[in-house]
Design a binder for this molecule. Sequence first.
Ligand code: ADP
Length: 622
Amino acid sequence: MSKGNISVQAENIFPIIKKFLYSDHEIFLRELVSNAVDATTKIKTLAQKGEVKGDIGDTRIEIKIDKDAKTLHILDKGIGMTEEEVNKYLNQLAFSSAEEFLSKYKDDATIIGHFGLGFYSAFMVADKVDVITKSWRDDAPAVQWTCDGNPEYIMEPHSRTERGTEIILHINEENSDYLNDWRIRELLNKYCKFLPVEIKFGTKTETSYEGEGDTKQEIKTEVDDIINNPHPIWKMKPADLTDEDYTSFYNELHPYSQPPLFWIHLNIDYPFNLTGILYFPKLSNSFEVQKNKIQLYSNQVFITDDVKEIVPEFLMLLHGVIDSPDIPLNVSRSYLQSDANVKKINTYISKKVAEKLQSLFSTDRNSYEDKWKEISTFVKYGMISDEKFNEKASQFVLLKNLDNLHFTLEEYKEKVKDNQTDKHNKVIYLYANDPATQHSYIAAAKEYGYDVLEMDTIIDNHFMQHIEYKGNEVTFVRVDSDTADQLVQKDEKRESVLSEKDQEKVKELFSQSVKNLGLGHVELKALSPTDHPVLITRPEFMRRMKEMQAMQGMDAGMFPDSHNVVINSNHPLISDKLLKMESEEEKAAFATYLHDLALLNQQMLKGEALTEFIQKSLTFIK
Ligand code: ADP
């Protein structure tokens, strides 16, 4: 037996390990099982190269709990270590890297879990750790290394003859949780579910049947419980996979979800290594933000489901897995953002997604249009937030009109430009965000032969602004923002049939009944006699300012809810009937009634005002 001191500069690093990593204790299991997987992969490689004589046999990793002894065991049949190697890897190397890491990041409050502290993370949960190991080299005897959380360790010979390593954790009092089967199973499921070597944890009962009819017998057998799937499909070649493979894997990741719309299999070796599958989920029309739906792996070891820095923000809506050994894990978030590989990965993923969408669009436009409702959020959000994506997506982003027809940006401009170009040479794109409520405005716009788009999702406001900003010589205007004749401002203007004096009179009559205009006003316009006598409009600019203000969570002070009341001086009810009424009361009542009708059309007549209006109407009918 020999004794020695683990070579570190700091007198005792264990208290730091325990204290510092307090919040993320559970990663110890991931670290130890990953080491076991590495050792197993290495023996397989040596066997392939013919360096190991004979058959390497079964290479399953096993996790065991001994409740009485209060120990947790991780056993592998990997390459093992000689005494010399234990010295080198556990006594010096491992520790010095841990120490270096800790001294570097001790003061960095932004650091969050997810770094490999490797073997020494065992001391977060164990008072004492034994390593019993036998190297694959025939001439190397087994050794046992023991350390009880001091820089002091003991190394002694061991009787083990089988190749491989057993790590024994003497779990401490505070962490006795890790002696429960369910807890270990939970951790294995979270971190080890797709590790490339089979991992056994206990046994399970399998039921099979023998015989037929009356002689049919139920047979129960105890079999090893393998907790992982060592060959996840993201590691396979797309050519070897069917649609069903992809959808069933999706189910494995996200049980009880609706089937995905489509997916992208990522696979790149250079300039960085990355595999994975990204699924486009079925999103409802409302913009559901679903976080933590993409899992990040490094060589099939689960790292995190918080991939904020690695995946472009707009693609956080996707589901699936990304596996890359090239994403640095031992660092703080702020560092990750500036990491060159992470940036490249970001760009790569965004490019792949654009290519996939482009190919869906070009190969089967009908089916692309069918899915448009569900993918439009990704595409629009992506265009707004990612310049490169914007360039590509300009070719396949679609606008949908109220007749349910879809157009690319180019097609749409071509369609409306003749009839909808205004006097400033801007092409006006009319839209409705609530077609049911805006029905009369839509009808009026159609009278002018205008086309009306449907823009009814939360992202649309930003998207329209984005399209305008991108200098397409296009302006979006909501159908209720002005009277139909003014939606697309042209030079010609209709003459009013009323004299200046009569116009003043009409305006005055209406001004009395009008309330709560905000920053809006009452105005007289010479519209067609067939247009409505009174209309409510919400000028585009004011409305947008208000929407922006609401979006930023500001008080409704600066831009109150505003609308204009437009009176059609050419409508016979105004030009004839109203002005010819005898008493002033009668005129005022009639003006109020017409105004109420316009409000009703906009579902703006409510409460007492609505009741009064109904009463008045009933009296009229009598
Ligand atoms: P890392 O795995 O990042 O290299 P660790 O501290 O986890 O750091 O381990 C240090 C070294 O100890 C490993 O690189 C490996 O050489 C050796 N080692 C750890 N666990 C095992 C094991 N189960 N079998 C063989 N060697 C191991």
